[in-house]
Design a protein around this ligand. Structure first.
Ligand SMILES: C[S@@+](CC[C@H](N)C(=O)[O-])C[C@H]1O[C@@H](n2cnc3c(N)ncnc32)[C@H](O)[C@@H]1O
Length: 225
């Protein structure tokens, strides 16, 4: 990991208060479903029933995560998020919906890609509505950077995919260009991807739609050598 990625974070820890329900879920359920970031994930023993291994980065309040887990019981989902109220909310959903195919890592995804995930271990990576950091002087805070994409490519199996969605057009164009310029990744579509059925709408997507912004999906595959 480069020094610049260590120092410049793609997030600011928000001081949003946790609801009583989120606090209770966090207290009672995190031991069961939250994994440490400094230990490699043992997918076979965590998810013996699941055939696809997916990591979702920056799941927010987990709106998309629990719906995908419910609709695809044979997908193993690991959600990575730094915002504790969101972790509490997703734990709450896991309990409500009695889902067992989700684990959470409460840590910076940049380090999770480098430390927690084995090389060529994932079928897919979802990054939906990453913070756009619209001001030019903040662009260095954007999650999607060349080093980050290299780490993401490293943990994908050959044939695995990275799926990014955003409502911020200049960020979408930057991401499309960056992924197109990355050797070993190939666009699954010609330009933007159609929205796949598996991606549920999220709060941030709905905000973008309400502001009449276009939603862009970008899906690239890791090529087999
Ligand atoms: C704009 S929100 C989108 C949330 C959700 N995907 C949605 O569509 O509703 C971006 C989320 O990414 C998280 N995030 C940003 N950088 C991160 C990082 N390096 N590691 C883990 N989570 C991160 C933030 O805490 C925030 O919850």
């Amino acid at each position: 990991m480069s020094d610049s990625l260590r120092r410049v974070r793609s997030y600011v820890i928000r001081t949003t208060r946790m609801s009583e329900a989120q606090k209770r879920s966090y207290r009672e359920l995190s031991e069961k479903w939250v994994l440490p970031y400094d230990r490699t994930i043992d997918w076979e023993s965590e998810f013996p029933e699941c055939r696809r291994r997916i990591v979702e980065i920056g799941f927010g309040m987990g709106d998309a995560t629990w719906r995908i887990a419910r609709d695809h019981s044979d997908w193993a989902l690991v959600g990575v998020e730094v915002h504790r109220p969101g972790v509490g909310k997703l734990l709450w959903w896991l309990e409500q919906e009695e889902l067992t195919n989700v684990r959470i890592i409460e840590h910076d995804a940049v380090e999770v890609l480098a430390v927690t995930l084995r090389s060529e271990s994932l079928d897919g990576i979802h990054i939906w509505f990453p913070d756009p950091w619209p001001k030019k002087r903040h662009h260095k805070r954007r999650l999607i950077q060349p080093d980050f994409i290299q780490s993401a490519k490293e943990v994908l199996k050959p044939g695995g995919y990275i799926h990014i969605a955003t409502d911020w057009e200049p960020y979408a164009e930057h991401i499309l260009q960056l992924l197109s310029d990355t050797p070993g990744l190939a666009n699954r579509y010609d330009g933007w991807a159609p929205k796949p059925d598996y991606r549920p709408e999220t709060k941030f997507e709905n905000k973008g739609i309400a502001a009449e912004r276009s939603i862009r999906d970008i899906i690239f595959m890791k090529e087999s050598i």
